[in-house]
Write a protein of this length. Structure first.
Length: 241
């Protein structure tokens, strides 16, 4: 996988980005939207992901890219009443019962003809026992419609660079926790599935302060005919809304 801010040349062949677990907080709210923040407090994050075919380097257009992550306090929508300062079983979908119907910090976009999707969100916080991360799932569709035939090609987690995360976690919205996040290096999933290859490129939007927010970007190489072992098509139906 390559990280770049430029259009991927057609001759480029990208590395296949490693898959990671979907985690317990996966759901399918069927929200096609660019701004997923829903007014959540936190440092702004503008996220651009480029989806490319790992075999050819060609942009993958029309892919449905879903992202989800916790808020500044470590809570996920749908599980807002779960205490993020206590470790839970994060190994599988459905391992933690939902507590509410909130939908903040979740949404999907169809990739454009350059394979790009863009999201406006906030810099994620963390929950006990994990480093800061953002979940991503890529579905290959027959068209820009949820009802068209589709399959899940790739599921992963994107990590945040330590330097940027330290400055963010000092901000008011992220303080007052009884636990500390794991560093990327001490997170089992970061260590075993991708390491720096799964870390976003992050840049401050403002020249002098992080308070104006960050721009994050990554190119994700997927096998478009592969079927993910992490989320099955029926999971999207079972865990809808």
């Amino acid at each position: 996988m390559e990280n770049t801010t430029t259009t991927i040349p057609r001759a480029t062949v990208c590395l296949l980005t490693p898959e990671q677990i979907a985690g317990p907080y996966f759901r399918n709210p069927k929200l096609i939207r660019r701004n997923i923040s829903e007014g959540q407090d936190g440092i702004p994050l503008v996220l651009r992901l480029n989806i490319v075919d790992a075999m050819t380097g060609e942009p993958v257009s029309g892919a449905l890219v879903d992202i989800w992550h916790c808020n500044a306090r470590g809570a996920y929508s749908g599980w807002s009443k779960v205490d993020p300062d206590k470790e839970v079983d994060v190994s599988s979908i459905g391992s933690i019962p939902r507590t509410d119907d909130d939908t903040y910090l979740r949404g999907g976009q169809f990739s454009d003809n350059r394979g790009a999707v863009r999201f406006t969100t906030i810099y994620p916080g963390f929950y006990a026992g994990r480093a800061l991360h953002i979940h991503v799932a890529v579905r290959i569709t027959a068209g820009n419609n949820y009802l068209e035939e589709r399959h899940v090609a790739w599921v992963g987690q994107l990590y945040l660079p330590e330097v940027a995360s330290r400055s963010v976690l000092n901000a008011r919205e992220y303080q007052g926790r009884s636990v500390s996040p794991l560093s990327n290096e001490k997170d089992h999933y970061f260590e075993s599935m991708g390491r720096d290859a799964s870390t976003l490129n992050i840049h401050k939007i403002g020249r002098d302060s992080h308070e104006d927010g960050f721009f994050g970007h990554m190119t994700i190489g997927v096998d478009t005919i592969a079927v993910s072992s992490q989320i099955r098509p029926e999971d999207f139906d079972k865990y809808t809304v």
